[in-house]
Design a protein around this ligand. Structure first.
Ligand SMILES: [Zn+2]
Ligand SMILES: [Zn+2]
Length: 375
């Protein structure tokens, strides 16, 4: 019989979030749990099926492999990674973890997942444009070398717990009932470390500064979160590691302002250039210069678009544009001679209309306003 699609099994969308997948699994697992459906072969098969689907979809790496290769990803010799078959043994762990949440936090405490870490990284806009290979140093917990992360001196194998004889549970008589509960000595793992490692005190991990090389993709935006699976703190006593999240901040730029994949730049130009026309040199994000033509009669606020001179988009495709926003600058600290020339210019302009379209238009409107008020 053909294997059902894992997303279909859990009744979730292909783009479902981790939380949605977990929720769907919980509901189905509770419904088809063999304890609730004793002797029901179909329920048993369904339960196995949803466990298998969840085991893949809860793990971002396995999920990605499944999205790409389907069930082939986990067949011997199939898929990209050729994992050599699929490990079913961890089902029980996934399931117990999940149900521990319901049942008042009865967690298996022997091996615990390491904490997630957050690292704040600030880069320049230029680095966001080109992308960056950053070396980061994070103080974190790493597996103890002395005991290979087991927490046991000399990495000696843990021994079966003498209290529960390796079962992880102990029974106690209470009135008429026999109550089974988690073994308090081994916390349900069924194994204990006889001689705790002196280096790490038995936790299986030590504090170190870890150096990691991280690829920050070109086009990264302010506030982007990059997840590095398994690069968080080491787990306790051989538990799985947490994840590392890198929060990227793009520092404000002295000259450029970013808007999505476009770049804006305010460029002041002399009053004379604005009136007569000319050129101005502007910097670009890739570190070059571009000569921009200023048309005769340019006003403040005029925008000139430089196509394809913006940012690299994060997910490929064409570059954004650069917008040069012109600001006409009024000259200051004039010499006597300059003032004289401007007065002559003023006199010459007064005799003729059409030199200042904006103010002429504005004052025409004001005159209208005043005449309306008088009526
Ligand atoms: Zn025990
Ligand atoms: Zn150790």
């Amino acid at each position: 019989m053909a294997k059902r699609d894992y997303y279909e099994v859990l009744g979730v969308d292909r783009h479902a979030s981790e939380a949605e997948i977990k929720r769907a699994f919980r509901q189905l697992a509770l419904r088809w749990h063999p304890d609730r459906n004793p002797g029901d072969k179909e329920a048993e098969a369904r339960f196995k099926e949803i466990n298998e689907a969840y085991e893949v979809l809860r793990d971002p790496q396995k999920r990605a492999a499944y999205d790409q290769f389907g069930h082939r990803a986990f067949e011997p010799g199939g898929g990209a990674e050729a994992r050599g078959g699929f490990d079913f043994t961890s089902f029980a762990d996934a399931f117990e973890d999940l149900f521990a949440d319901f049942m008042g936090g009865r967690r298996r405490q022997s091996a615990t997942r390491g904490a997630d870490l957050r690292f704040n990284l600030t880069i320049t806009l230029e680095e966001a444009f080109t992308g960056k290979r950053a070396q980061i140093r994070i103080p974190t917990a790493v597996p103890c070398e002395a005991c290979s992360g087991t927490g046991s001196e000399g990495a000696a194998d843990p021994v079966p717990c003498p209290t529960c004889r390796g079962l992880g549970r102990v029974r106690a008589q209470q009135g008429f009932f026999t109550i089974e509960r988690t073994c308090p000595r081994c916390q349900g793992s069924g194994r204990i470390v006889r001689d705790p490692c002196r280096e790490c005190g038995g936790s299986g991990r030590v504090q170190r500064e870890k150096v990691l090389a991280v690829n920050i993709p070109a086009g990264v935006e302010d506030g982007t979160r990059i997840r590095l699976a398994g690069e968080g703190e080491a787990g306790i006593r051989g538990g799985p590691p947490g994840d590392l999240y890198i929060f990227v901040t793009v520092a404000p730029h002295r000259v450029f302002r970013r808007e999505g994949s476009d770049i804006w730049c305010r460029v002041p130009i002399p009053m004379t250039t604005a009136a007569l026309g000319g050129t101005v040199e502007v910097p670009t994000i890739e570190g070059t210069r571009v000569r921009v033509q200023i048309p005769e009669g340019t006003q403040t606020g005029r925008q000139i678009r430089l196509k394809g001179k913006g940012m690299t988009p994060l997910h490929g495709g064409a570059r954004g544009d650069m917008f040069v926003e012109l600001v006409v600058e009024t000259p200051v600290n004039l010499t006597k001679k300059q003032k004289q020339l401007l007065r002559e210019f003023e006199k010459a302009s007064a005799e003729q209309q059409g030199h200042h379209p904006e103010s002429e238009g504005f004052f025409a409107k004001v005159r209208e306003l005043w005449s309306e008020l008088r009526e």
